[in-house]
Design a protein around this ligand. Structure first.
Ligand code: ZN
Length: 344
């Protein structure tokens, strides 16, 4: 992993590059950003450039150190994660992997770099243990804390680390990467890039997730037919959504970005955004659901602004009800009814 492989994050890349080239680096960093925002890639690129024997504005990729870094076999880049099955990074892990290890000089590199993944999972004891190392690190030690929530850190840790916040990446850059590296067709790339909202990791996960396509097709079918559905059909649909949601909850995959129901609601929102956008502009180029242009046209003609607004309101009420654990079937039925009443 090198800086050249990372899309976006220009500010962070420049800051870290110049830290290496000037030798004016900190001993402790926090990389903060949501899952999929590229924190680990950035940390690995930084670590590789730090260890590289001939760095220019990136790791050279050719030297012995780079080869070790790139294959994650560098003995002086230490990955710290929580133990399997444990919710927290315990004080024992922090002591064993960092505090008691840091005084041993680098094995064969310039630096000893610790990358702590999900660092917000260090409990208070663990944070206090790592604090000592952050306060008085050996010259060669660099600690990088990766987190989705840097507010979970003790103030004393925050004040001693350089905080780098991951930025969302523009949609065009994500589309480009999906097209070139993942050979995604245009309409799919546009759709997924918008759906991922600047999160490259999420976009990549979605184009390789066959389930996402199923959920998308299901949402499109529902949005198209809701206006004509009878009570009994709605009941069937609710039942089937409930079954899918239960199965999704049971089969909790940590690699997944969001659950089935969140995907459904996000996609329904995007669909009606398209309808609204077409109604306001009559411009096909702006639409995400490019395969379904004729249905979007039809709904835009048939629905009123008032009705579309009612649907958007119903979607946000649905989210609120689901968060408040209101009865699932009832909540979904109200949503489908809102779509039915405001479409044809
Ligand atoms: Zn190198």
């Amino acid at each position: 992993m090198s800086f050249a492989d990372i899309i976006g994050q220009e500010e962070a890349k420049n800051l870290l590059r110049s830290a290496v080239t000037t030798g004016n680096h900190s001993h402790a960093y926090i990389f903060s950003g949501e899952k999929g925002s590229g924190k680990m890639m950035l940390a690995e690129a930084f670590a590789a450039m730090l260890q590289c024997e001939n760095p220019t504005d990136d790791a050279c990729g050719q030297c012995h150190c780079c080869k070790q870094s790139l294959s994650r076999n560098n003995p002086d880049i230490i990955y710290v994660t929580r133990e399997e099955g444990k919710a927290n990074i315990s004080v024992d892990v922090v002591r064993e992997k960092i505090v008691n290890d840091v005084d041993i000089k680098p094995y064969s590199n310039k630096y000893k770099i610790y990358i702590v993944d999900e660092a917000e999972r260090m409990n208070q004891q663990a944070q206090n243990a790592i604090l000592k190392t952050i306060e008085e690190p050996p010259e060669y030690a660099i600690i990088i804390l990766l987190t989705a929530n840097h507010n979970a850190f003790l103030q004393t840790i925050l004040s001693r680390c350089v905080l780098i916040q991951m930025k969302s990446v523009d949609t065009e850059s994500i589309v480009r990467i999906l097209r070139t590296k993942y050979e995604t067709v245009d309409y799919q790339a546009n759709m997924v890039a918008s759906f991922a909202q600047g999160n490259v990791g999420k976009a990549i996960a979605l184009v390789t997730d066959s389930n996402f396509n199923d959920v998308k097709n299901r949402v499109i079918a529902l949005c198209k037919k809701a206006g004509k559905m009878e009570e009994l059909q709605i009941a069937d649909e609710v039942k089937s959504i409930k079954e899918e949601n239960d199965a999704d909850k049971k089969n909790d995959n940590p690699e997944k970005f969001e659950g089935f129901m969140d995907q459904m609601l996000d996609l329904i929102t995007l669909w009606f955004k398209d309808v609204l956008l077409y109604k306001a502009t009559s411009d096909d180029n702006l639409l995400l659901f490019k395969e379904d242009i004729f249905d979007i046209h039809e709904q835009a003609n048939d629905c009123s602004y008032y009705g579309l607004n009612e649907i958007v309101k119903a979607i946000s009420e649905t989210r609120a009800r689901l968060n408040a654990n209101v009865n699932f079937e009832l909540t979904i039925m109200l949503l489908i009814n809102a779509i039915k009443e405001n479409t044809r």
